[in-house]
Structures are given as C-alpha cells and as structure tokens.
Ligand binder design. Structure first.
Ligand SMILES: Cc1cc2nc3c(=O)[nH]c(=O)nc-3n(C[C@H](O)[C@H](O)[C@H](O)COP(=O)(O)OP(=O)(O)OC[C@H]3O[C@@H](n4cnc5c(N)ncnc54)[C@H](O)[C@@H]3O)c2cc1C
Length: 345
C-alpha cells in the first residue's frame, strides 16, 4: 500500500496494517514480537523516531500509546514483518579459507582482516565491531584505525546480542567514505531492509560482512548459565561452540566444556524460526565450519569483497587455502528445518 505522508506528494510503501485501528508499533508487536518471530536485530529501534528499545530481553516501546508517531518506519524495516525466510549457501563467486597474518581472532581473523583492509584501501573510513566489557556484555566500537585493534576483545565471538544496527545509524551520520558492518544473518537482513527503505544506508554502507550463525543468546541468560557452570568472567578469554560443545577458555588455559544441548532452553526465541545459517544477503559471509582449525571460511559474494581479497593477496596479509562447502550442509539443513516453527496468520 502506498501511504501519503502529510500534505506532500512524497509517497512511501508501508506494509498494510493487519490491525487497522492500531498504531504501527502495535501491529509490529502483534505480528512479530508477541509471536516470538522477533530476532532482536533492533532494526526497528535503529529507525524509530520514538522509543523502541529492549525491556527484559524483548523489543518494546514502553509508552507507545502516547509516543508512537504511527509513521510506519518500524514495519518498513523489520525483516520479519513480512517474513521471507532465506536459507542455503546463497549466491557466491568464491569459496575460500583464509588466515590473517596480522591479526588474531576467533578463527582465522578474516573478518578483522577484511574490515581493516577495506579501511586501508579507502573503501570505508570505519568498521563497526562488537567488543565486550569485562563481564562479556557486548558494546559497539567504531574502528577507524587498525591501532584500535590493540583492544583485543574487539575480535572473537560473543554468544550474545550486540546493538549493531543502532550503532550503524550513528555511523552513517558521521562517515565520509562509508561504513563496514559485521553481524549475524538477522543483522545482515536488517541492514538490507534499511538500505531498501532509506537512501542514506544505500549510500553510506559500503561493506556488509555476515557471520555464520546457528543461534544466539540474551546476555542475562547466557551469563547466568556460564556462571553456574563455574566460568569466572575475569579470566574468560574465549568462547566457542564447536562439534556440539560449548567451550569457555580461561587465561590460565583452563577450559569449561559442556554439551550445547544444555543451553537449548535459553536459545533466544527468534533464533528458533531463523533458517539462514550463512547470511545469504551479505557481501561476504565468514564462519569456522568448512575450513581447517585456525582458518576462517570466507564466502565471497560481491565484487567489493573480491577487490579486498585481491588487496590482501597483493600485500601478503593472509594465507589462503581451500574450503569445503559440503561441510556446511549439516547446519544449513538444520536451520532450514526451523521453517516449520514459523507461525503464519
Ligand atoms: C552468535 C554467533 C554464532 C555463531 N555460530 C557459528 C556457527 O554455528 N558456525 C560457524 O562456523 N560460525 C559461527 N559463528 C561465526 C564464528 O564464530 C566467527 O565469528 C567467524 O568464523 C569469524 O571468525 P574470524 O576469526 O574471521 O573473526 P574475527 O576476526 O575474530 O572477528 C569477529 C567479528 O565478529 C564480530 N562479532 C562477534 N560477536 C558478535 C555478535 N554477537 N554480534 C555481532 N558481531 C559479532 C566482531 O565484532 C568481529 O568483527 C557465529 C558467530 C556468532 C556471533
């Protein structure tokens, strides 16, 4: 439906309201939040001129009765208001394994290498990283200079949500050359919706790196669980989920390991309806499955990333090898199977 804004002739496509006499936020709430479809990507919060936020792990707008402007921005950008689940490997031009020689990371630090190389090439002037505090709660950083990567917690995987899209809204206001953004598949879908709906995101977001993802956790749930397992956050340096095990590694080499099945109950509800393992809408997707230990699997989908990989090769900044797409089949199929959990009207 095309809805006229004010008296002007400017028209934007806003999805139809299923609940016609309710404001758009109530429609988002009824269709996405209350049905547990919400991935907590915070695309809606990033664009809402009012007060969409997170309250007790749920996306909410505490005073929407008085403050919602009923502009429809939230439903325009929500990737799950009209949910078209993505799955599979997606289109790609190259499928490689890489290991940065300059940076340490979760696997081969190829995410960090791609962002830093893009800054050095002048493709972007900042990359958004999900760092963490000393209790492993995520916090967003705008990396403009590779020296900032001396903050060693910027690389590496945090199995909890990061507020990437609200940070992206800030970044597009300040960038001159462009922004590089990294996120799980739901975040990547949010970036694409923002780009589809708002020109500033089309112009300013120049690099979108997706992470393979099976599931994610709310900070309050995973931190409580890890503490009960005896994890001391002051010593925790790495968390991994690999071959069905969650492994927390401490600075003294001690490892706390348990079956990932044990955290099944606290997987965020929006992940149970997510079918996208490889972030098919990204410019490049990076994960650990598909290549040998110490390497990152990189699915190159777009020309901008091909250019960055050529630069990395020319400078000799990384080792490259073959990756095996078939090793992703198990997790791709597992996530495809979650389509049955999606409730349709
Ligand atoms: C929640 C989650 C689940 C994952 N599940 C799988 C999986 O099942 N199988 C698999 O093969 N790979 C999975 N990955 C990806 C994998 O853990 C590595 O992130 C990936 O291999 C890149 O490693 P790297 O050494 O190249 O990255 P690095 O160079 O170490 O950089 C890591 C990047 O990830 C970003 N990041 C870290 N945590 C988050 C977060 N919570 N939200 C947004 N950005 C974040 C950092 O900002 C940094 O840019 C998952 C990642 C996440 C965040």
């Amino acid at each position: 439906m095309a809805t006229a804004i004010g008296e002007s002739e400017w028209e934007v496509a806003v999805p139809e309201k299923p609940l016609k006499d309710k404001v758009y936020f109530e429609n988002l709430k009824a269709k996405v939040i209350d049905t547990n479809l919400c991935s907590r990507c915070l695309t809606c919060a990033a664009i809402c001129p009012g007060g969409i936020t997170v309250v007790e792990n749920k996306v909410d707008f505490p005073d929407y009765e008085n403050q919602c402007l009923d502009c429809g921005a939230c439903v325009r950008v929500c990737p799950r208001f009209v949910y078209e689940p993505k799955s599979g490997l997606g289109d790609y031009i190259d499928f490689i394994a890489g290991r940065s020689k300059r940076f340490a990371g979760q696997d081969g630090a190829m995410v960090t290498e791609l962002i830093v190389s893009a800054i050095e090439m002048g493709m972007i002037d900042r990359g958004l990283f999900a760092g963490r505090d000393d209790k492993w709660a995520t916090e967003m950083f705008h990396v403009r200079d590779p020296e900032q990567l001396a903050i060693t917690s910027l690389g590496g995987t945090k199995y909890t949500f990061a507020d990437v899209l609200p940070a992206l809204k800030e970044a597009v206001r300040f960038t001159k050359r462009g922004v590089g953004v990294v996120g799980t598949p739901c975040i990547v879908s949010g970036v694409r919706k923002l780009q589809q709906e708002f020109p500033i995101f089309r112009e300013k977001v120049k690099l979108v790196v997706g992470l393979f993802c099976t599931e994610n956790f709310h900070y309050s749930d995973i931190s409580k669980f890890l503490q009960e397992k005896g994890v001391d956050f002051s010593k925790l340096i790495k968390t991994d989920i690999t071959k069905g095990k969650f492994i927390a590694t401490m600075s003294d080499g001690e490892k706390v390991k348990f079956k990932v099945k044990e955290v099944e109950e606290i997987v965020a509800s929006g992940c149970n309806v997510c079918t996208d393992f490889t972030a098919v809408e990204s410019d490049a997707s990076v994960g650990s499955v598909g290549s040998e230990k110490g390497f990152s699997t990189v699915i190159v989908r777009e020309g901008n990333v091909r250019e960055i990989i050529s630069y990395i090769k020319e400078k000799g900044y990384a080792d490259f090898g073959d990756a095996k797409p078939e090793e992703l089949d198990y997790l791709i199929n597992l996530k495809k199977g979650r389509e049955k959990n999606i409730k349709r009207d």
